[in-house]
Design a protein around this ligand. Structure first.
Ligand SMILES: Nc1ncnc2c1ncn2[C@@H]1O[C@H](COP(=O)(O)OP(=O)(O)OP(=O)(O)O)[C@@H](O)[C@H]1O
Ligand SMILES: [Mg+2]
Length: 379
């Protein structure tokens, strides 16, 4: 969903965008595009065959194998993977904190790999970044921490106090301006981190394990803030994490990384409901936490079945139907509905016993029901 701000961006800058079907606007748009050197305004981040190899004492580490990736303007893109998968490497290639060994990096239509050091420094102001350890100057006040970033970017001095106030309002810290950073809670520190990252009105916000040092409630509140920032300011967000919980809350699309590669990628709901790779299945299992209890024995007359309910079917009482229509003993072992970026996905694990033919009829019934599927890998 495009925010008003994005709609504005695409109206003015994107010939294929909303509101541009009026023919009389087209010459103006083409003129603007010419003026902006035919930038690709639909794609915020475009990695073309990038890779990163580190050379350490005669040893080489292929931190990122050749990867191409497009992230759309206004999208929240999540990257998940275990430690050492190459997530931070990929993220740091987007603002060229790491120089790629091969390939090109484009952000908002500009090829970063071709910029001079000075041009890159200016461009980086439009790519905010937040970190797990917040990276604040602990001995300085909240105000000073934000002022530091504005000074570094030569922000109009007269406007600085007003800008800091705006940023503090945005992150919900209006009353903390004069507090020392060292006296803030983890969640408040990350809010200052976000204010700093947004100081120069970036197009892109990169988040490296931004909630990993926070408790679950604080994590939720920071993710909510990031979601709001994405919606109201239209900023593209790339968030890397090892927690599926974070992906589930915030990401429109997710990539799963392993050993320097994106091994699976898709809309978050699709990846949760139909994970393909073993690692992805492990991450989904982490959320649903289903295992067949040890004391349950499976045999032909006694089977454990796990089903998933997609979207609107997640809230329907399917089980009642099964009790009514089948001559079987059905006992529930586990069940759960999770909301994947606000879209429900339900799982139900139950044990059935009875005639084999009746169990087969039940399985067929499940397989033919819309939006309800048997899940082989859980349990
Ligand atoms: N500067 C460096 N020099 C040498 N090797 C590096 C460097 N930075 C990263 N690596 C290696 O590259 C691989 C990927 O590291 P990276 O930090 O991208 O992983 P990650 O997925 O972010 O892991 P984590 O979840 O632990 O942060 C690892 O094997 C790591 O040791
Ligand atoms: Mg990392």
């Amino acid at each position: 969903m495009k925010s008003q701000q994005q709609a504005f961006k695409s109206t003015v800058l994107n010939p294929a965008g909303i509101g541009l079907t009026d023919n009389h606007l087209l010459p103006f748009v083409y003129l603007m595009n010419g003026f902006f050197n035919f930038r690709r305004y639909d794609m915020s981040i475009h990695l073309n065959k990038v890779s990163k190899t580190y050379h350490l004492k005669g040893r080489t580490v292929e931190a990122l194998k050749e990867t191409s990736l497009d992230i759309e303007d206004g999208e929240i893109f999540g990257l998940i993977g275990y430690s050492g998968a190459g997530k931070s490497t990929l993220l740091r290639l987007i603002n060229l904190l790491e120089e790629p060994s091969t390939g090109t990096v484009m952000v908002n239509g500009e090829n970063l790999t071709q910029l001079s050091k000075n041009e890159l420094r200016v461009k980086r102001q439009k790519i905010g970044m937040i970190f797990q350890q917040f990276n604040l100057i602990e001995s300085k006040t909240v105000y000073d921490n934000i002022e530091f970033v504005l000074k570094a970017s030569k922000y109009d001095k007269k406007q600085v106090p007003k800008r800091i106030k705006e940023l503090l309002d945005l992150v919900g810290l209006s009353d903390k301006s004069e507090i020392l950073a060292s006296n803030l809670s983890g969640g408040q520190k990350q809010r200052v981190g976000i204010a700093r990252a947004l100081a120069n009105d970036p197009d892109v916000l990169l988040c490296d394990e931004a909630t990993s040092a926070l408790d679950p409630d604080t994590t939720k509140s920071i993710l909510k803030l990031l979601n709001n920032i994405n919606k109201t300011l239209g900023i593209t967000i790339v968030i890397i994490t090892h927690e599926m919980e974070v992906i589930k809350e915030i990401a429109d699309r997710v990539g799963v990384m392993s050993a320097g590669e994106i091994i699976e990628i898709g809309p978050t709901y699709d990846v949760f409901s139909h994970p393909k790779k073993e690692i992805t299945k492990d991450f989904v299992q982490e959320i649903y936490n289903f295992e067949i209890p040890k004391q349950i024995e499976e045999n032909k007359e006694n089977q454990v079945i796990t089903i998933q309910f997609l979207s609107e079917n997640a809230e329907e009482n399917y089980l009642n139907k099964l009790y009514r229509e089948f001559n079987l003993n059905i006992s529930i072992l586990n069940g759960r509905i999770e909301y994947i970026k606000d879209q429900p996905l339900g799982f139900l694990m139950f044990q059935v016993s009875g005639e084999n033919s009746e169990i087969e009829r039940l399985k067929n019934h499940i397989d033919q029901s819309n939006g309800i599927e048997r899940v082989a890998y859980i349990g």
